[in-house]
Write a protein that binds this ligand. Structure first.
Ligand SMILES: C[S@@+](CC[C@H](N)C(=O)[O-])C[C@H]1O[C@@H](n2cnc3c(N)ncnc32)[C@H](O)[C@@H]1O
Length: 240
């Protein structure tokens, strides 16, 4: 049965958020996301996308396959923006030449959980670059001139008030010839799907992307061809 975000569920999740907000009045929303996910993991409930219980919604190779579809070559630099526990990043690290993968996230806790499960010798050989999203990390990524930037299952975790900085950061990593692929659940109107996830209409994301990248070519591509409860899985494609 599909997950239904009923008013009762909404109120329970909102109360949880309010309790956190009272004790963290000045913290950015992203800290709440990390708190909520880590609490689930520490309580033993696990999380479908983060940590040892994570599994891909479709294929481990999905991010890699889309980056390749848009031209990724082994000697390119690619960014996994919001890499989590490297659930999809692992295949990209494996494909790329050493030191060509950048995984960035709002916390290092998530990718450290992913690294724990990987072969240390393989990691040493592939030398993935990882960092917490902040101006210093973004400057280092930018200096490596990434050709492709993928952000999978991340846009849906960003509340509307933070979409501008999320898309702005991604655009700030682009240079001539680079392409950003931003996966999002698409609906006709902005809709809350769960306590920590929202879907968006194309128009909202296009408007924000255009503001940050007025000269870029902006388009959309289906990620899958299915539609469930009026939700499609779509890619926002930004070509610098
Ligand atoms: C569902 S997980 C997906 C992780 C990874 N992309 C994957 O598919 O396995 C969502 C990820 O988005 C990250 N995230 C949430 N808000 C973000 C933001 N504003 N900017 C960048 N990453 C964010 C989270 O920390 C988390 O790692």
């Amino acid at each position: 049965m599909a997950y239904e975000f009923t008013p009762k569920r909404w109120w329970r999740k909102f109360r949880r958020y309010l309790a956190w907000r009272v004790t963290h009045p000045l913290a950015p929303y992203e800290d709440y996301y990390v708190h909520a996910v880590m609490k689930k993991i520490r309580d033993g409930a696990g999380h479908p996308a983060i940590g040892s219980a994570s599994r891909p919604v479709r294929q481990h190779s999905e991010l890699l396959e889309f980056l390749q579809k848009y031209g990724l070559q082994p000697n390119d630099v690619a960014v996994d923006y919001g890499c989590g526990s490297l659930r999809l990043g692992r295949a990209v690290i494996d494909y790329l030449e050493p030191g060509r993968y950048w995984g960035v996230d709002i916390t290092d806790e998530f990718y450290k959980l992913g690294l724990e499960a990987m072969d240390p010798a393989w990691l040493q050989q592939k030398a993935p670059k990882l960092g917490v999203i902040n101006p210093e990390t973004l400057a280092k990524v930018r200096a490596d001139k990434p050709r492709l930037i993928g952000s999978w299952h991340v846009c849906s975790k960003v509340p509307e008030a933070r979409l501008d900085s999320y898309i702005g950061n991604i655009v700030s990593l682009m240079s001539a010839g680079s392409i950003a692929l931003i996966h999002f659940p698409e609906t006709a109107e902005r809709r809350q799907l769960s306590g920590l996830a929202w879907s968006s209409p194309k128009t909202l994301l296009e408007k924000i992307a255009r503001r940050h990248a007025p000269n870029a070519q902006i388009s959309f591509d289906p990620l899958t061809h299915t539609e469930i409860d009026g939700i499609r899985q779509t890619l926002l494609v930004i070509r610098a």
